[in-house]
Design a protein around this ligand. Structure first.
Ligand SMILES: Cc1ncc(COP(=O)(O)O)c(C=O)c1O
Length: 362
C-alpha cells in the first residue's frame, strides 16, 4: 500500500458534495447549539493538566459506559481518530482484518493505511443486514487479528443483538483476534440502548464512540475507546504520536455536555420520534424502493427497484436542491443512504422532493 495514494472517497464526498438545502445525506442528529449548554467563560480555560486523560472527563466517560476509568482512552478526534488508534493498537502491518460490507468506508481506508490486509463479510439486505457469525468464522485466517463491525450498522441503521456479537467474540477468541465495534450510533436507542459490547468480554471487544451522532455534538470531537487496561495504556502511548495533548477547552466543554446529557438526549429523541414517523410514512407511500426498516437511529439504506442511486443523487442535486448518499460509497450502488436527523420541516420537504425525483426516474 502506497500512502501517497490514500484518499477517502466518502470523506471527499461528504465535505465537498453532500451539502444541500434539503439534506438527507447527514447521518447524525443536527448540531446542538452552544447557547443551549450552560457554559460561561469562567468555566473554560486554554491549558490544563497534560497527563494521560483529564480526570473529570475520564470519570464521566467511565461512568457513562459503566467501566473502570483505566478502560477509557479519551480521543480528541472523535470516533474517527478513535478507530484509527484502536486499529493501530490491536494490529501490526501485514495482519489480516475482516470488515463488514456494506460498510463505512473510513474503516477500510484506515485499516489499509495502517498496512492491514482486508477481506469483507457481507451483511445481506435479504437477511435484514443481520450479522452471520458462521460466515465470519469461515473467513478467519491464522493471520486475522481484527473483526470490524458498526453497531448500529452504518449504512442500514440495524442493531446487532448481544447474543450475535457474543458468538462473534467466541470465534474471535479461538482465532486469537479481537472485535472492534464502532458504537457511534448506538446511543440512538436512548433508554432502550443495550449495554456496550465491551461488557461481553473486555479482553476481546474494543469499542469506539463519541458524542457526535446521537447528541449532535460533532464539533466537540469528544471521542473515546473502551479497551482492557493494558491495551488502553498502549493506545494512550500511540495517541502520543498523533495528538500528544488535547484541546483543553474541548475537554471542559465535553464535561459540561456529559453533565447535561439527559437533556441533550431528550432533544435528540424527540426529534427522531417525529422524523422517523415521517420517514416511515414516506416508505409506506413509495413504490420505487425496497427497504429494511431499522428500529432505531437516523439512517436507512433503501434499494432502488431499478437503476443506480448515482442517477438519483444527480437528479436531486440538479433539480431538487436535495441530497442523499449514493450506495456506491458503501459498496452497494443500487442503494442509497437516507438520514433524518435534521430539522423537521427541512426533512419533511426533503422527503417530498425525494419522492418526486423517484417518480421522475421511474
Ligand atoms: C460508523 C462511523 N464511525 C465514525 C464516524 C465519525 O464519527 P466522529 O464524528 O465521532 O469522528 C462516522 C461518521 O459518519 C460513522 O458513520
Amino acid at each position: 500500500m502506497n500512502r501517497s495514494t490514500i484518499v477517502s472517497p466518502y470523506m471527499e464526498f461528504s465535505k465537498l458534495h453532500s451539502a444541500a438545502r434539503f439534506n438527507l445525506a447527514a447521518s447524525g442528529i443536527m448540531n446542538y447549539p452552544l447557547s443551549d449548554l450552560p457554559v460561561t467563560i469562567d468555566r473554560l480555560e486554554i491549558d490544563g493538566p497534560d497527563a494521560y486523560g483529564y480526570e473529570p472527563l475520564i470519570a464521566r466517560l467511565a461512568a457513562k459506559s459503566n467501566v473502570a476509568p483505566d478502560c477509557v482512552v479519551y480521543v480528541n478526534g472523535g470516533t474517527s481518530l478513535a478507530n484509527h488508534l484502536a486499529i493501530a493498537g490491536t494490529t501490526e502491518p501485514g495482519d489480516h482484518a475482516l470488515i463488514e460490507t456494506p460498510g463505512y468506508e473510513l474503516l477500510d481506508t484506515t485499516a489499509r493505511f495502517l498496512g492491514l490486509e482486508i477481506d469483507h463479510f457481507e451483511r445481506h439486505f435479504e437477511d435484514g443486514y443481520r450479522l452471520d457469525p458462521r460466515d465470519i468464522e469461515r473467513q478467519l485466517t491464522p493471520r486475522t487479528r481484527l473483526i470490524v463491525i458498526t453497531n448500529l450498522h452504518n449504512p442500514s441503521g440495524v442493531l446487532a443483538d448481544n447474543d450475535t456479537l457474543r458468538q462473534i467474540g467466541n470465534f474471535a477468541r479461538s482465532a486469537g483476534a479481537r472485535v472492534l465495534v464502532d458504537e457511534v450510533y448506538l446511543d440512538m436507542g436512548f433508554e432502550r440502548t443495550p449495554p456496550s459490547s465491551f461488557h461481553l468480554d473486555p479482553k476481546i471487544f474494543v469499542v469506539t464512540s463519541s458524542l457526535t451522532k446521537a447528541y449532535g455534538l460533532s464539533g466537540l470531537r469528544c471521542g473515546w475507546i473502551l479497551a482492557e487496561p493494558e491495551l488502553a495504556r498502549r493506545i494512550w502511548r500511540i495517541n502520543d504520536v498523533y495528538g500528544a495533548t488535547p484541546v483543553h477547552a474541548a475537554e471542559l466543554l465535553s464535561v459540561i455536555a456529559l453533565d447535561n446529557l439527559p437533556k441533550i438526549a431528550a432533544r435528540a429523541k424527540s426529534l427522531l420520534q417525529t422524523n422517523r414517523a415521517l420517514l416511515n410514512s414516506f416508505f409506506d407511500s413509495c413504490d420505487e424502493l425496497d427497504v429494511v426498516r431499522p428500529e432505531f437511529g437516523t439512517v436507512a439504506f433503501p434499494r432502488l427497484r431499478s437503476g443506480a442511486a448515482e442517477r438519483l443523487f444527480n437528479l436531486l442535486r440538479d433539480k431538487y436542491e436535495a441530497s442523499i448518499v449514493p450506495g456506491s460509497f458503501f459498496g452497494a450502488p443500487q442503494h442509497f443512504r437516507i438520514g433524518v436527523g435534521g430539522e423537521t420541516e427541512m426533512t419533511r420537504e426533503a422527503l417530498v422532493r425525494l419522492g418526486r425525483a423517484l417518480q421522475e426516474l421511474s
